[in-house]
Write a protein that binds this ligand. Sequence first.
Ligand code: SAH
Length: 265
Amino acid sequence: MSGWLAIAGLGPGDAALVTPEVEAALAEATHVVGYIPYIARVAPRAGLTLHPSDNRVELDRARHALEMAAAGARVVVVSSGDPGVFAMASAVFEALEGAPEWQELDIRVLPGITAMLAAAARAGAPLGHDFCAINLSDNLKPWVVIERRLRLAAQADFAMAFYNPRSKSRPKGFARVLEILREECGAHQLITFARAVSTLEERINTVTLAEAKPEMADMRTVVLMGNSATRRVGRFVYTPRMFPGEAGAGSPSESARAQGSGQVE
Ligand code: SAH
């Protein structure tokens, strides 16, 4: 029997947002490995062994999954959202770096709907122009790096998605994030707190930066900060595709646009 490993994203929560490709991998799997709450989203069945583990043991979990696949098992490592976004795919490749004997294994990464995209869809289109995603947890990187990236992204007027915004062990970090945003962005810029998107506890709350409070975020929230042009239309929030004033000015694509080749879609 030849084993394989799939690193799969379960989406934000709703079973309807799991891709058919991920469902098929789960249906063929003999073992599923992952963080306890994500394993709880996988239906048990005969022939399938579930391996729930605690958070912060990602590398052990990745090695365990690789070991089982090398021994002939069909293994799915699950993440919430997309496995490549602050999740298990990088942990598996980190484990592979130290283990050349596993590098020829049949390994696939199966994408999922990441939290910021599910949240953006609920709100309207707040990420409709250039944006970036920042993980606000300082478990794996120094806080100064977070502050620097945040400040530069704000200065560049990116819309931003913040993952892991505020945990019990880091109650001060998100307050500091709001301070930095207030230094760099306009007080009327819109910020959306999207909690538990696509689950029964879903709550979407859009306020101005001036009104934003640290308590509006927790670890089940993804925060979407608009750029300077992000605005409300009816009950929705959207970011226009065109940046005010500067579209095309001085860009290499200016002449291409003149010849009629524009943006796809
Ligand atoms: N791989 C995941 C992210 C893991 S980091 C993904 O692609 O979505 C965990 C963070 O993701 C949480 O702290 C929160 O910021 C965000 N998140 C995950 N699921 C969410 C959901 N259903 N609603 C809102 N935020 C969510």
